[in-house]
Design a binder for this molecule. Structure first.
Ligand SMILES: Cc1ncc(COP(=O)(O)O)c(C=O)c1O
Length: 420
């Protein structure tokens, strides 16, 4: 039997995963067009405006407002939704810090709740239990591309008159009950950071079907201006969150690939579900039957270390990397981040909220802890590969499982009994 690559054997992966980001002469031509037009600013150009319309149309939304990045998209949306100091907004404990920090930037308190063990998205029962008179809304995250339970969340939001803002940074083109994410609540925010499912290096967008909100979003993102008004009139508190024409031009081309790419990631995710189904100790992120398409920012699975001779997830990851399988780290639980544990978050709060104890920050969130400690994320671009790529991911896991004891402390390549 072959030796593990980490112990000097041959790697399982025989050909590289597709490179990311994808580009071809279309991006090159688009950038040259912007260069030669001398219109590099969205205010004078056409690329960002056209991209906003096309991205919104792809998601069957009325409006798109392009923003500098996904963090700012959340901040702009939260400002336009009227979140103010003293308010609370409910977020999942397993997400990138931006989902929570964007609320702090409005002077309001993010209230984290645990995720569901199976889908790893925010637990609607816990959302309901966390509602107080201060709660203004909720921001579910479609983790790894899998939509949160939008049926329940919509019902809870409507019943309690809360806003439902979808953080779709992982879920370009994902669908819930046949409807694309970002359109189930009042608005949806997306990121185009370099690892995301389509990218311009940095960038973001907010989509909405609400005309009044669109006006506010546009104003907040452009220094408080209003479309059609004199350039130096400023009607609201805003800032400069505008995207450049360079990014608009690249994103127009990236969007042309999204439909094919989301289908390929979804199909390969299903192939991996089948390939991993009978590996003891491996549990893929569950797929709710109402998830009609998973755009897969990552393929997530969990590792039960007892099925791998008790090795840590860290050691498993090192062994996978040596086998040629890529990974990205799962998020640490948000409530455990230093900014919350050392009290720095309170510098954004005022009045009563700044002086209160937020006891939930000391609580245990078993499912987000498990997601952080046992999770393995295969990045989205690996899912743009072919069936052989998927088979090699499964083969690497099986190989590590059968040699797991050689990865225990004290064991070394010399301890491998089988020849390479
Ligand atoms: C769930 C989530 N929300 C928001 C963001 C922020 O996006 P950006 O990096 O474009 O600011 C990210 C980025 O990783 C994210 O994963």
């Amino acid at each position: 039997m072959t030796k593990l690559a980490i112990n000097g054997g041959l790697p399982t992966k025989t050909k590289p995963f597709p490179a990311w980001p994808h580009y071809d002469e279309r991006e090159q031509k688009a950038l040259t067009r912007v260069l030669e037009s001398r219109q590099w600013w969205r205010t004078e150009g056409t690329c960002v405006t056209q991209f906003e319309q096309d991205f919104a149309a792809f998601h069957s939304a009325k409006h798109g407002i392009a923003i500098t990045n996904g963090t700012h998209a959340l901040e702009v949306a939260i400002a336009a939704l009227g979140v103010v100091p003293g308010d609370e907004v409910i977020v999942p404990d397993s997400t990138f810090v931006a989902t929570a920090s964007a609320i702090l930037f409005a002077g309001a308190m993010p209230v984290m709740v645990d995720i569901c063990r199976d889908t790893e998205c925010i637990d609607p029962d816990l959302v309901e239990a966390a509602i107080t008179p201060r709660t203004k809304g909720m921001i579910p995250v479609h983790l790894g591309g899998h939509p949160a339970d939008l049926d329940r969340l919509k019902e809870i939001a409507n019943k309690n008159r809360l806003f439902l803002l979808e953080d779709c940074a992982h879920a370009h083109g994902s669908e819930w009950n046949g409807q694309k994410v970002g359109t189930h609540g009042i608005a949806g925010t997306f990121s185009f950071q370099s690892g995301k499912n389509m990218t311009a290096g940095e960038g973001g967008i907010i989509i909405t079907n609400d005309d009044e909100l669109e006006r506010k979003l546009r104003s907040v993102h452009d220094c408080g201006r209003l479309p059609g008004e004199w350039f130096y009139s400023h009607f609201a508190c805003g800032s400069n969150y505008r995207l450049s024409e360079w990014q608009g031009a690249i994103l127009q081309v990236q969007l042309e690939r999204l439909d094919d790419q989301r289908r390929r990631r979804d199909a390969n995710g299903t192939v991996l579900d089948q390939l991993l189904a009978d590996i003891p100790g491996i549990t893929p992120q569950a797929r709710d039957p109402r998830c009609t398409l998973n755009g897969h920012y990552a393929y997530i699975f969990h590792l039960e270390s007892s099925a791998f001779a008790g090795i840590s997830a860290q050691r498993f990851t090192e062994a996978m990397n040596a086998e040629g399988i890529r990974n990205q780290a799962p998020y640490p639980p948000v409530h455990n981040l230093d900014v919350f544990q050392n009290g720095a978050y309170k510098t954004r709060l005022t009045g009563e909220q700044a002086n209160e104890e937020h006891a939930f920050l000391k609580a245990d969130f078993p499912n987000s802890r498990r997601a952080a400690t046992e999770g393995y994320w295969v990045p989205q671009y690996c899912l743009l590969g072919d069936e052989q790529d998927m088979e090699e991911i499964a083969a690497a896991i099986r190989k590590i499982q059968s040699h797991a004891a050689s990865l225990l402390p004290g064991e070394s390549s010399g301890a491998e009994k089988t020849p390479g």
